[in-house]
Design a protein around this ligand. Structure first.
Ligand SMILES: CC(=O)SCCNC(=O)CCNC(=O)[C@H](O)C(C)(C)COP(=O)(O)OP(=O)(O)OC[C@H]1O[C@@H](n2cnc3c(N)ncnc32)[C@H](O)[C@@H]1OP(=O)(O)O
Ligand SMILES: CCCC(=O)O
Length: 456
């Protein structure tokens, strides 16, 4: 077939392919496990010939080779849409920058606002129809490609073929260069341990979920705990419309909880934009017609999320202030991850018929000196980024209770949030609320606030 000839004509070594990058270029690496680790290593080897090459990535697995080239040399300037733990540590050292965005707008940024010279993405091997599948990171790979001067695919045999949906692949006719990689195994995540606090929070949330609900679980340990609990519950006929697919979805599916039979959109399909988890999850996704991979302007579109009934969105946060603002991506000037899809799903879930959006967090954390601190704060530290404005936040859940902030005045919010703070911090929080003029005669007295497990 002609596709094989096209493939052969476009095949190059990694070192030859990265010679298509010029000084001053913008280079895109795509997202998560489909970032081109093989080409990244080759690009870094050209450091003596290049300068001011700007790289954009999204949650690169580990630390990219171009980041290891000293930033002060001016060879590469590395930017990320959402920090992986490697990128977080690179940012701490000054060698990685952050790009703020809400995830559903990623494709439109590339189609309308951004310039890309060279796009490098890791894909599955070409199929018999000439398509390279984006595997477990559909995200916004196609939008990057459509706008790039040069498109290079790095083929890796370990990438599962994830069926669309839409925008799940690129055709050989749209590709300039094919590079066959060393077939490095994909990053897998260990099963996150479920703590007693996670379990207490997850139990409260699972009580709020009805049969036929459509589930979105966010990134991190706590949402994972909710999935595990659902798998052991009596719930039935759940649907999935999410951005990230993790192992807990597999557990729910195997336990027969997920049928997708009540969904208004994509009935019968588990909809997602990327996956991160175990090799077992990646094997489950390979050629699986029960799952549909879409780009994020579909999965995270506010109206698409709201189109299903009883959407339940469950996401983690770092801190919540007494106004009800949620911070999930930074702690002071330490940038930790990103907005990701948190805003999209919190907004979309609330607007679904019967939908609910939950922000969950343990009531306390330890600071750098090991001191216990409250995650319910009067106000955030300077530099802390607001992920959800107070007008968007619906339910906030800690191990001490669950409150809804929608429609509540500032004094009601303060009272509700203090009621789910750790008891040791409640008196201080009341005093701060008074100073902030969000406490009034109608507020409950301290005795009531000390009742553990208060619930609005
Ligand atoms: C995916 C979907 O379908 S949609 C939406 C989901 N997306 C989002 O919610 C985006 C924002 N949220 C997130 O990125 C995550 O949920 C987080 C960061 C809030 C929590 O994720 P977890 O994996 O549970 O966090 P984890 O406990 O591993 O901590 C991550 C880092 O934050 C630091 N951290 C955690 N809590 C705090 C805190 N209160 N103060 C300061 N730093 C903190 C940790 O020390 C760690 O840093 P390190 O790697 O240098 O040690
Ligand atoms: C950017 C993807 C990850 C997330 O939403 O947290």
């Amino acid at each position: 077939m002609g596709f094989i000839n096209d493939y052969k004509n476009k095949l190059m070594s990694a070192m030859d392919a990265v010679c298509l990058v010029h000084p001053g270029d913008w280079v895109d690496y795509g997202a998560f496990c489909c970032a081109p680790e093989y080409l990244d290593a080759a690009l870094a080897m050209r450091q003596d010939e290049l300068w001011n090459v700007k790289v954009r990535a999204l949650a690169f697995p580990g630390v990219a080779a171009v980041v290891k080239v000293p930033a002060e040399s001016g060879r590469f300037v590395y930017n990320s849409w959402h920090f992986s733990s490697g990128e977080r540590k690179s940012h701490d050292k000054g060698s990685c920058h952050f790009i703020p965005f809400v995830y559903h707008e990623g494709p439109s940024h590339y189609r309308q606002n951004l310039h890309c010279d060279v796009c490098m993405v890791r894909t599955a091997p070409m199929d018999s129809f000439g398509n390279f599948n984006f595997g477990i990171a559909n995200s916004f790979q196609r939008a990057i490609i459509e706008n790039a001067r040069t498109v290079i695919v790095e083929v890796n045999e370990n990438i599962p073929r994830c069926l669309g949906g839409a925008e799940e692949s690129v055709h050989i006719s749209e590709v300039d260069v094919v590079v066959e990689s060393d077939n490095k195994p994909l990053l897998t995540l260990p099963d996150a341990a479920v703590t007693a606090v996670d379990k207490a929070i997850a139990t409260r949330i699972v009580h709020e979920i009805e049969d036929g609900s459509c589930i979105q679980l966010g990134i991190g340990g706590m949402p994972n705990a909710v999935g595990k609990l659902i798998a052991r519950s009596d719930l039935k006929n759940l649907g999935v419309h999410t951005e990230m697919l993790a192992d807990s979805y597999l557990e729910m599916f195997e336990a027969g909880k997920i049928t997708n039979s009540k969904k208004a959109m994509d009935r019968g399909k588990m909809v997602y934009a990327f996956a991160l988890g175990s090799q077992r999850l990646y094997d489950f996704l390979d050629n699986n017609p029960s799952c549909a991979s879409y780009a994020v302007d579909y999965t995270n579109d506010l109206f698409n999320i709201a189109a299903n009934d009883r959407v339940v969105s469950i996401n983690n946060a770092l801190e919540v202030d007494l106004y009800g603002q949620v911070s999930s991506e930074s702690a002071g000037f330490r940038h930790i991850t990103g907005t990701g899809g948190q805003f999209d799903f919190a907004y979309g879930a609330y607007h679904s018929r019967g939908g609910k959006s939950f922000i969950c967090l343990s009531s306390t954390a330890r600071d750098a000196e090991g001191k216990l601190i409250s995650r319910i704060r009067p106000v955030f530290d300077p530099g802390t980024v607001v992920t959800l404005p107070r007008s968007i936040t619906q339910y906030v859940v800690t191990e001490f209770g669950m409150v809804s902030l929608k429609g509540k005045s500032t004094w009601e919010r303060a009272e509700a949030l203090i009621s789910i703070a750790h008891p040791d911090f409640r008196d201080d929080l009341v005093r701060e609320a008074e100073n902030m003029r969000i406490w009034c005669a109608a507020n409950r007295n301290d005795e009531v606030l000390h009742m553990v497990g208060a619930c609005a």
